[in-house]
Design a protein around this ligand. Structure first.
Ligand code: FAD
Ligand code: NAI
Length: 515
């Protein structure tokens, strides 16, 4: 009937207008953010009379600190061999070209340019820390070196956020023959090597055994890194390689090796089962209770624990080997541990107190994967620790300014000069503020949940929900995974690039050219 369809038409028109206005609003807002980003306020020089705060690293912990720190209160110096921040959660997607590596990198110079007071950045590696003399030694470890490539930086306050390196447990052959997955360079190397294996397997006259070996992609470590990479690899094969190199595709195989009885040990039992079933459906071979003992140029030698308690040795030929067995302590941290008697029992990093101060030191704090504060080595923990230190340092600076002002006003009162009632009132107010500022609670980590991509557009999530926990897996979780990581990307530029990469790889397929 006419009136009804008229009503429907009106509703549709309103819905259309609303969509149009929202889209225009979103575009306008993005343009505004981009403009703001490109035209930061003029920056003022750092004040040399202020304390020197040296920050080591440009990872999750250090960048979270720098983002929230009021840099006008200190002389801030940042030292890192990497002149960018890396959004690690999307690194596995770079190994197959689903996302291009520059989309998840944010130059640290851009980040620092947005601070009120200028911050010094040195692209260098800190090679040692001397807590007695309060200096750090830095070395230019890049390809291009100037006449000076080594020097010292004195500090009043030091924050160590150097992360961790890859654990190999001293297993022979791992360093020489495997790829790791921690840095951009690792992802690029894996991407090249996958295609090298495929092209070499397709070489004229290649024997069947050699094709099988080259097309066998082995991942060691069933933690989130190993699982996410295995999922991405299988997607790459199903969606692209299979179509482009069909003659060798039946021989493509991904094997995931884990020493423990199951993969993703930090997730709930329900999600572990869901993940293992999904990986098996994707035709990924999961070998649990299998410990790799030795690696050669073409094989992995592992020990399998049989159900009867016995052990069995197996040799697995591989084309690509990705080693993802977790974190180890960096040499600079090992060296510092040896210099501090109170750290003699530290094995997994620098033991810190509840204010993240390195035990047995003064004026040194540690955050992220290089610190042992009783939490898992994750980006979530590192960034919350960075935020906490920023608040702490901002408050410390405010305390000093307030205390100096109180001293100044008190001496005025003593001299009976000026308006004493006004000064007394100001002192009272400053003291009230000081009590509030000084009452800083110790660091407490608030767990927001864990997310992992498991391939074929499925993800698993263990998230905090109201006062409980929600464990979920599947395609809807995959959309949640994408939206969560998109919202967590460092900048609008990163977000836009990641969206474009997702669209590009969906529409045109992943780029299989080998650089
Ligand atoms: P990093 O982020 O590793 O940064 C360390 C910084 O120190 C780097 O800039 C490095 O160049 C610098 N540095 C190193 N040596 C020196 C030196 N000698 N002197 C000065 N600077 C130095 N966590 C999550 O919570 N969610 C996820 O989804 C997730 N996904 C991940 C995916 C992958 C593939 C990987 C590898 C990790 C993932 N993580 C995730 C873990 C997370 O990335 C780490 O816990 C986090 O990066 C730790 O932050 P950090 O600041 O301690 O160290
Ligand atoms: P991990 O420490 O979580 O897992 C490594 C796995 O390798 C362990 O399960 C271990 O049993 C296994 N292993 C060790 N030696 C082995 C051997 N010789 N043979 C076979 N298996 C062996 O390491 P991962 O995955 O690199 O993660 C490091 C940290 O980063 C973790 O805290 C993790 O939670 C975090 N992370 C989080 C992600 C997410 O939330 N999506 C993604 C990636 C990392």
């Amino acid at each position: 009937p006419k009136p009804k369809s008229g009503k429907l038409r009106r509703t549709l028109r309103w819905a259309w207008r609303l969509t149009y206005v929202s889209a225009a609003g979103l575009v306008g807002y993005t343009c505004y953010i981009v403009y703001e980003d490109r035209h930061p306020e003029p920056q003022f020089e750092a004040d040399p009379t202020k304390k020197t705060l040296v920050v080591l690293g440009t990872g999750w912990g250090s960048v979270a600190l720098l983002k929230k720190l009021d840099t006008e209160n200190y002389n801030v110096v940042v030292v890192s061999p990497r002149n960018y921040f890396l959004f690690t959660p999307l690194l596995p997607s770079c190994t197959t070209g689903t996302i291009e590596h520059r989309s998840i990198m944010e130059p640290v110079r851009t980040i620092l340019r947005h601070k009120k007071a200028a911050v010094k950045f040195y692209e260098a590696e800190a090679s040692s820390i001397d807590p007695e003399r309060k200096v750090i030694k830095i070395v230019d470890s890049s390809e291009v070196k100037g006449a000076t490539s080594e020097t010292e930086i004195p500090y009043d306050m030091l924050v160590i956020g150097v992360g961790a390196e890859n654990a190999t447990f001293g297993i022979p052959g791992v360093r020489e023959n495997s790829c790791f997955l921690k840095e951009i360079g690792d992802a690029q190397q894996i991407r090249k090597k996958i295609m090298d294996c495929v092209e070499t397997a397709a070489f004229k006259g290649q024997t069947v055994e050699e094709v099988d070996r080259l097309m066998h992609m082995v991942v060691v470590g069933g933690g989130p890194t190993g699982v996410e990479f295995a999922g991405e690899l299988q997607d790459f094969f199903e969606e692209d390689i299979k179509k482009l190199v069909p003659e060798i595709s039946p021989r493509f195989k991904v094997t995931l090796i884990e020493a423990l009885p199951n993969v993703l040990p930090s997730f709930s039992k329900q999600l572990i089962d869901y993940t293992e079933n999904t990986l098996r459906e994707e035709k990924i071979d999961i070998k649990t209770k299998t410990m790799v003992k030795r690696v050669t140029e073409t094989t992995v030698e592992a020990e399998v624990s049989r159900p009867d308690g016995g052990k069995e040795r197996m040799t697995i030929p591989y084309g690509l080997l990705v080693w993802a067995t977790g974190n180890a302590v960096r040499p600079i941290i090992k060296d510092l541990i040896l210099r501090i008697p109170a750290q003699k029992d530290s094995r997994r990093g620098l033991a810190v107190n509840e204010y993240l101060v390195v035990q047995g030191t003064r004026d040194i704090w540690a955050i992220g994967d290089c610190a042992v504060a009783g939490y898992a080595p994750t980006a979530q923990v590192a960034s919350q620790e960075g935020n906490f230190l920023a608040r702490l340092f901002n408050n410390m600076a405010k305390t000093e300014t307030h205390e100096a002002r109180i001293q100044e006003l008190s001496s005025k009162l003593n001299l009976q000069s000026g308006n004493s009632a006004e000064a007394a009132q100001e002192i009272e107010s400053l003291e009230r503020q000081l009590r509030r500022i000084k009452d800083i609670k110790p660091f407490r980590y608030s767990h927001q949940g864990s997310l992992a991509y498991i391939g074929s557009e499925k993800a698993v999530a263990d998230v905090s929900w109201w006062n409980g926990n929600l464990a979920t897996g599947g395609s809807m979780t995959y959309f949640f995974w994408r939206s969560a990581y998109l919202s967590m990307c460092f900048s609008t530029r990163n977000r836009v690039l990641v969206i474009l990469d997702w669209l590009k790889s969906k529409a045109f397929g992943r780029d299989v050219s080998r650089e």
